[in-house]
Design a protein around this ligand. Sequence first.
Ligand SMILES: Cc1ncc(C[n+]2csc(CCOP(=O)(O)OP(=O)(O)O)c2C)c(N)n1
Length: 546
Amino acid sequence: MTHPNPSTALARVVIDELAHGGVRFMAIAPGSRSGALAIAAAANLEVETRVFIDERSASFWALGVARASGRPAAVIATSGTAPANFFPAIVEADMSCVPLVVISADRPAELRGIGANQTIDQVEMFGRKVRAYQGIEAPGAETDGNSSWRKAVREVLAEAFGRPAPGPVHLNLAFREPTVPVTYDGRTEGAVYEFDTPRLEPEQIAASETGGVGLEIAPERGLVVAGDGEYDRPALAEEARRLGWPVVATALSGMRGGEVISSYRFLLDGGVPEGLSPRTVVAVGAIGPDPRLEDLVAAAPIRIRVDRWGRHIDPGRNATSVIPADPVDLLRGVSGSASRSWVGAWLQADAEMRAVVVATIEERDRMTGGRVAHSLNHVEWGALVVASSLPVREIDAHLTTPGQVFANRGASGIDGFVSTALGVAEVIPGTVAVAGDLALLHDSNGFLNDGETDLTLVVVDNAGGGLFDSLPQAVHAPQFERLFITPPRRDIADLLRFHGARVVLANGFRELVDMVARSVGRKGLDAVVVPVDRGYDLQARSMTYR
Ligand SMILES: Cc1ncc(C[n+]2csc(CCOP(=O)(O)OP(=O)(O)O)c2C)c(N)n1
């Protein structure tokens, strides 16, 4: 099949090769230079597209899709400042190892560096934050580019899927006009691209396996802290059970609801309780956001950090070993088991503490962020997406039921939240997102897209950044409210209605549970706004967040 012009050929080949390599979802932001890519993506039957006004939102949506599906997702934008808006999502994808393919359209070489409109230097513009970069020059009609274009796409995709860690990759593609599928666009006369553009023979991307771990670990008083990362959750739980080791599970591990320890924020507040001091801690992946878990690691004489993606995670700089390996393999290498009373003591302490925490929460007569988090134990949901700041901490403190939990905690930004949640909801039915009012406002542009959205959004509206109430600025900063809390003074419900949400206000716990239960899995965008008094909420967080 020939193509009406070279730009259309390049765009079709790139989109086809991405689809061939497993990319199913593409976010598109409008632009002329990227027009051929948008048209090719929308026409490709293997690809689902969603169009966003704002490139930052588009890239966070693709990030959410990729995070929830474990497969690369792509985002496409025109030249100039447009792709610069990808940068926050790239930073997050880099740090949390999400396979994100960012695609920028560029001007051809002859238009660069001479002051041509909307032209910036896009070559390797994301520097070392992407795993791989490939630039493709604007093709002419006379040379067959098919195999070199397909190889370039394959190379970046291999790095997006890459071992040891997936991550973001950048394709910068230059196009000459016409960028619509005609030979003459009314402005520029092109030439028909006469070459066929078949797929090449498939090549396997070899996944290198992690080798043996080779560390001697004694089973007595061992403990696993399960964090965010790549590992087989049931297999890890099984190995811990065999060893008689407690599993301290962060909400982001997705292991809540099993026989795990979850009340550490309260249990460890005054240090590690008598009788619960571990000898060996194996910390799996990223174990935030609660720094008390770092204190738990620090309390053990043997401190092992393990991450399948090979991330060097050791914020306390106290690890006795940092191992790039499969955590399950590491545990399999430990023989024997701890005495049964060891895990029993941890489970009992956790159960007692949890009972106290739940009773305290349920006795309150006003809403708090903690009660919002606790309400999600009373509702069935498909996935939770939680915003940085207090929501991720409250969910970590109060979630006790099973399910996948997502958060952009690689770089802990409050940006891109709405779009990330929409991306997760694209992949997982019954997604519930929990945000503070500022995180919502930061990315309300994410609602400006052309897709159907089935999402329940819970907004903890405490009129600004409540986290700062727990930080030293609250005591020491002049103009604290203005400079740190940044009260938005906007009606959140109005904003959400403007974006087509069905909005309800929840002032009580039962009301909130009922409203969320009613909206989960329902078509469309449902929003439950929970007004929370900052002062009361701060008091309720009787142990401060660090
Ligand atoms: C992109 C970005 N900008 C600024 C910050 C710093 N920051 C951390 S928490 C926070 C306040 C968030 O407020 P809100 O979303 O309402 O949540 P709350 O603190 O009330 O839970 C800010 C501005 C950040 N993490 N990311």
